[in-house]
Design a protein around this ligand. Structure first.
Ligand code: SAH
Length: 220
């Protein structure tokens, strides 16, 4: 029963998932470890049952509390951009949402830490991690703009909600050489940016235009 739920049937079956992988390749995702992590992560368990049949379309979907689960292409692109410089051990995610991005990361890095400001979303995500047996994800209910100094430094940080500028509190929690991938900008115009921490400060590269929900202050 449990396995069947995870494996999916019909529109959530392995065949449907393979079509998504083929599409991500067409869109330019090259990293096979990232494609595999997406192949192995049952996205249909991260959306409402009513939307499960659309889980393997390459589109963002609504989750509760006015939030969204990112489009698979964006999850793949951000993960690929984070891992490009080599394997990572400790990655912080800001904006757990459904938990999907954290679940994908958990298959690729040793430890994942993820922060969410809406408690109900976080507890749903925790339940999914348990069901999938993902034991290398630590969660915390908090305003993620402050990061997680008690577990820093991280060699990777991924922010999945958009701040208007690069949050320096997060840059400071990166190791020298560590990387952060995040959308930056206001509601209508955001760019995916990769920040690399240096001895003196940081370097930044612009990757592509994206649309994310805003990074908000405080907890809900
Ligand atoms: N990574 C998520 C996508 C989440 S959408 C997924 O895979 O489903 C962005 C999430 O960021 C929302 O759940 C929102 O509540 C959360 N968020 C926004 N501002 C935040 C903040 N300051 N701290 C923590 N989480 C935040």
């Amino acid at each position: 029963m449990r396995n069947q739920r995870i494996q999916g049937i019909g529109m959530t079956s392995q065949r449907t998932r393979e079509r998504l992988i083929a599409r991500l390749k067409e869109e330019g995702i090259r990293d096979l470890s990232v494609l595999n992590a997406i192949r192995e992560t049952p996205r249909h368990l991260f959306v409402d049952e009513a939307l499960a049949s659309r889980a393997y379309e390459d589109s963002s979907l609504p989750i509760s509390h006015g939030q969204t689960i990112s489009q698979p292409y964006i999850v793949a692109r951000m993960t690929e951009a984070l891992l490009e410089g080599g394997p990572l051990q400790r990655v912080l995610e800001v904006g757990t949402g459904s938990g999907y991005q954290a679940a994908v990361l958990a298959r690729l890095v040793r430890h994942v830490f993820t922060l969410e400001r809406i408690e109900a979303l976080l507890s749903q995500a925790q339940e999914r991690f348990r069901e999938l047996g993902l034991r290398n994800i630590r969660t915390k209910y908090r305003d993620g703009g402050m990061g997680m100094p008690e577990c820093a430094p991280f060699d990777g940080i991924m922010v999945t909600a958009a701040p208007e500028g690069i949050p320096l509190a997060l840059v400071r929690q990166l190791e020298i050489g560590g990387r952060m991938v995040l959308p930056v900008g206001d509601r209508d115009m955001q760019v995916l940016v990769r920040v690399t921490r240096t001895e003196e400060g940081y370097e930044k590269e612009m990757l592509e235009r994206v649309v994310f929900v805003p990074l908000l202050g405080g907890v809900a």
